[in-house]
Design a protein around this ligand. Structure first.
Ligand SMILES: Cc1cc2nc3c(=O)[nH]c(=O)nc-3n(C[C@H](O)[C@H](O)[C@H](O)COP(=O)(O)OP(=O)(O)OC[C@H]3O[C@@H](n4cnc5c(N)ncnc54)[C@H](O)[C@@H]3O)c2cc1C
Length: 479
């Protein structure tokens, strides 16, 4: 166990869903593990903005590593949810064919699903499709039903994984941008941009969009991660167009198409687009794409209305080639590359944790199970899930439960305080942890209240409060 030095058995670069799963998996063993990220909080990279779907295992041939990890990962979610208490539901997936020629693609997806061993996959008639999802366009011709598909809140998944990893001894270093690395003897010395340094016997490069740059820092393989943008629109939870299942169109050669997703927390997402961009930080959304997304989503669910849109956002897929690149570096010692993890990376991530653990073991890392490993994290209370009677009882002991900070998503002051005390001190960190600012008013009512709570709990001044770290101060031009 850790002796207070800055020397670790394993350093994982990148606290997205891959790094977090790897860290948690390694936390079951008697190892000193550190998880570093350049951002001020975990899950601030690709893992914060995606469709949140636990995929069904039928989109890719199992000749690809990503398909095999997707199938294995998807099966691990029930157990993870029991242990980690994050929002997840196996609501099922329908793929809707609206043109005669799409039925051939449906048949191919079905055959691929059967070949991949997808449980319960079914080719459906028009009637069966409308029975499964009554909000579908009545002109649907048929489609596919995959009962094992699901939905998950991606950032809450990462937060829970990290909480569990920390509980079992993993150290987290945020604001640690890996900038230089040298190998001397049996270990790597890794330097951050701010001058901090750590040493580690093994390194895992799980740096998402920046895995190519981190590989270069270690003098390892040269490759280029190309960002592919996906824009989304979020519909209010009051929309009448919320389906019960995730609704997919027939996929294209570059993406799974524009979807209608009933999020696990009750809103609806439509999107994502698929557009290659040059800038790894380009998260802009555009009116043009909104029109495109709306018209495509309405083809599947005609009752979707522009008036239900409450916000837009974008995510960037870290694309590399046809498959995930997960392997020991062939160029430098003791470095695992976890790169090109685009969709279905969220679904596959628990299996990626297993896979990387096995690679490290083969590379000589000694794995001795920890006798006191505890896979469970405590259950969190959410006022929105409680009856008024239960809230009264809680408020008798802690009046902060009776103070509703976010009215749209029903988040109490007690929950905001809990988020801050868990280390989430930016507005986005609190948003992802509690859902405050995610509702109809998008923070119009609660942002200033949250700022005041952060200031009170942390001692930070108003100039220091940021949306997501760095230069994103909220009130910098206020005076
Ligand atoms: C639009 C879109 C939709 C998607 N939908 C789905 C879906 O529905 N289902 C699904 O299964 N998958 C989906 N995916 C894929 C999934 O989101 C990704 O595969 C997954 O989030 C990748 O996680 P990661 O941990 O590899 O990367 P990230 O989450 O980006 O984590 C990498 C981390 O590395 C850090 N980092 C980078 N450089 C450095 C450095 N130099 N030093 C320290 N830290 C560094 C970053 O800050 C970041 O936090 C989607 C992706 C997108 C973009």
């Amino acid at each position: 166990m850790k002796t207070g030095s800055n020397r670790y058995d394993v350093c994982i670069v990148g606290a997205g869903v891959c790094g977090a799963n790897i860290a948690r998996r390694l936390s079951a063993y008697d190892l000193d593990v550190v998880l570093v990220d350049k951002e001020v909080d975990v899950s601030f990279g690709v893992s914060k903005a995606n469709s949140g779907i636990v995929h069904g295992g039928f989109h890719h041939s199992k000749k690809y590593l990503k398909a095999r990890l997707e199938i294995q990962g998807a099966m691990m979610f029930e157990r993870l949810r029991q242990e980690l208490d994050f929002p997840f539901k196996r609501c099922g997936i329908v793929v809707a064919a609206l043109h005669e020629d799409e039925m051939r693609a449906i048949e191919q997806l079905y055959m691929q699903g059967v070949d991949n061993g997808v449980i319960g996959i079914e080719m459906c008639s028009r009637e069966r499709m409308l029975d499964l999802e009554p909000k579908l366009n009545p002109d649907v011709l048929g489609g596919l039903w995959v009962p094992g598909g699901g939905i998950v809140e991606p950032y809450r998944f990462v937060f829970s994984l990290v909480e569990s990893a920390v509980k079992n001894g993993v150290q987290i270093m945020t604001g640690f941008k890996v900038a230089a690395a040298v190998r001397a003897g049996e270990e790597w010395t890794i330097r951050a941009a701010d001058g901090r340094s750590i040493r580690a016997a093994y390194v895992v490069n799980a740096a998402g969009l920046f895995a190519d740059e981190v590989s270069e820092v270690f003098g390892a393989e040269e490759f280029a991660i190309k960002p592919r943008k996906g824009e989304y629109y979020l519909l209010d939870r009051m929309t009448k167009a919320r389906p019960n299942r995730v609704v997919f169109p027939v996929p294209t050669s570059v993406s799974k198409g524009l979807l209608v997703i009933p999020t696990v927390e009750g809103t609806v997402l439509i999107g994502p687009t698929a557009e290659s961009v040059d800038d790894k930080c380009d998260l802009a959304t555009t009116r043009d794409q909104l029109e495109k997304i709306l018209s495509s989503a309405r083809m599947m669910i005609p009752s979707i209305s522009e008036y239900d849109v409450i916000t837009s956002f974008a995510g960037l897929r870290p694309t590399l080639g046809e498959d995930f690149y997960i392997d020991m570096s062939q160029k430098v010692p003791n470095l695992v590359q976890v790169a090109g993890i685009e969709s279905p990376g969220l679904t596959a991530s628990p299996a990626i944790g297993e896979y990387v653990k096995d690679l490290l073991k083969k590379a000589g890392l000694k794995l001795r199970e920890k006798v006191d490993y505890d896979p469970f994290v405590g259950k969190r209370l959410h006022v929105k899930d409680l009856s008024p009677y239960e809230v009264d009882e809680l408020a008798a002991a802690d009046p902060n439960y009776a103070n509703m900070v976010c009215r749209c998503e029903k988040v109490s002051e007690a929950e905001i305080i809990e988020a801050v005390r868990a280390g989430h001190t930016t507005l986005d960190g609190i948003k992802y942890f509690t859902r405050a600012q995610m509702g109809r008013c998008q923070g119009g009512f609660c942002t200033y209240k949250i700022i005041k709570i952060i200031m009170r709990e942390t001692g930070l001044s108003w100039q220091d409060i940021t949306k997501n770290g760095g230069e994103s101060q909220i009130l910098k031009d206020a005076l």
